[in-house]
Design a protein. Structure first.
Length: 397
């Protein structure tokens, strides 16, 4: 149909809708479809988003279900982006700062969370779970026996050790030594020995620790002297023999035992026995004994102290005694005198003759005195070769 001017004229359709309106409707519909398609694509691309209109969170490390070994160095990696509505991200916070090391020190399951908030108040939280595995073997510490230690034969030792899986480990499930903790270690013989401890953790990691030690013979032989007994006194002419033994904890009675000759001459003597075992441990023992003359006192005219006999000054005083037989001309070691009552060791040599008479079995020392001793008291001191000293008081008139 045309107008009066001859131009074409549109006529409404049966529904009263013009073509321009129809075009505008289709354009708006197409735009809506494009927007919905883009939103759907965002939703499909970010399934972890808690809020479809909130910000996006990309948590790359740790990835969901990822596994690490204990102590592994892993950095936290994540980022936050605007959501479908394009609002800027205000905060993007993880359990740790970006680039910080994740917790891999403790064995087991862990979580890591990132929380984002945009300018419009939209929030998104993403949490990933990861697992730390125990691949580090446990350790064992052996206290007794100590590595490289030396212990004497017969020492009292008890096994002492422990096992540790370290902080955050899967825990010790087995700590097995050569002997249980507290058990006495055998030290009854010398030698080199090894003590072993095996450690197991719950992740079936295993380690072995050893300590090598020695049991050594440090005990010298024990020497027993039966005869001569220490402090024993024998009489010249008595028959006595040496009797002794040596014993070692390791060598037994087979140990070397060496003694000095037995001296039976008059005097004080020391008998010594020495021994060295197979490990080089040496010991010695001694016994001091004396061999004495059978002196039974002075015969008349001398008397036993504190009594005294009287002689004229300047005359010879006979000191007679018996030793049960002729013991030789050298039985007298020294003759001396000192004033009566003096207790010091100071004395003056006594002069005179000395001899033996077999008939009465008498030794006699004829002491030459001085006339100047009139009115004094002197003590005669006779020291025999056996080391004994015998004394008598003599008053002079």
């Amino acid at each position: 149909m045309r107008t009066s001017s001859g131009e074409p004229r549109l006529t409404p359709d049966t529904n009263g809708v013009r073509p321009a309106q129809i075009r505008r409707f289709f354009v708006r519909t197409l735009l809506r479809l494009v927007l919905l398609t883009a939103l759907a694509a965002l939703v499909i691309a970010a399934p972890a988003l808690a809020d479809a209109d909130g910000p996006q969170v990309e948590l790359a490390s740790p990835a969901e279900g990822e596994g690490f070994y204990q102590g592994q160095q892993v950095q936290a990696g994540y980022g936050c982006l605007p959501g479908p509505l394009g609002w800027p991200v205000v905060t993007c916070d993880g359990d740790l700062p970006l680039g910080a090391d994740l917790d891999t020190g403790s064995v087991g399951t862990h979580t890591f969370t990132v929380h984002a908030v945009d300018y419009a108040g939209g929030e998104t939280t993403v949490t990933h779970t990861y697992t730390v595995f125990d691949v580090i073997p446990p350790t064992a510490a052996i206290t007794t026996p100590a590595e490289g230690a030396e212990y004497p034969v017969g020492a009292e030792l008890h096994a002492s050790y422990s096992c540790d899986d370290g902080p955050g480990g899967s825990a010790i499930v087995g700590c097995i030594g050569t002997y249980p903790v507290g058990y006495p270690l055998p030290t009854d013989h010398a030698g080199t020995f090894t003590f072993t401890v095996e450690a197991f953790d719950a992740a079936l990691n295993h380690s072995t620790t050893t300590a090598t030690y020695r049991v050594v013979d440090r005990t010298p032989p024990v020497i027993t002297i039966v005869s001569p007994a220490d402090g024993a006194q024998y009489t010249v002419g008595d028959a006595f023999t040496a009797s002794y033994s040596c014993h070692d904890d390791v060598d037994g009675s087979r140990v070397l035992c060496k003694a000095t000759p037995l001296d039976t001459t008059p005097g004080t003597h020391t008998f010594r026995v020495s021994s060295v075992d197979s490990a080089g441990n040496a010991s010695s023992a001694s016994a001091t004994y004396s061999v004495r003359y059978a002196f039974d006192g002075f015969y008349s005219p001398l008397v036993a102290e504190p009594a005294s006999t009287t002689f004229r000054a300047g005359t010879s005083v006979p000191a007679k005694f018996s030793l049960l037989g002729d013991r030789g001309p050298d039985v007298l070691a020294r003759a001396a005198w000192r004033p009566c009552g003096v207790t010091t060791n100071d004395s003056t040599t006594a002069f005179g003759s000395f001899g033996y008479n077999a008939g009465p079995d008498r030794y006699t020392f004829m002491w030459s005195t001085d006339k100047a001793w009139t009115g004094s008291c002197k003590e005669l001191l006779l020291t025999l070769r056996d080391g004994t000293m015998h004394a008598a008081y003599v008053s002079f008139r």
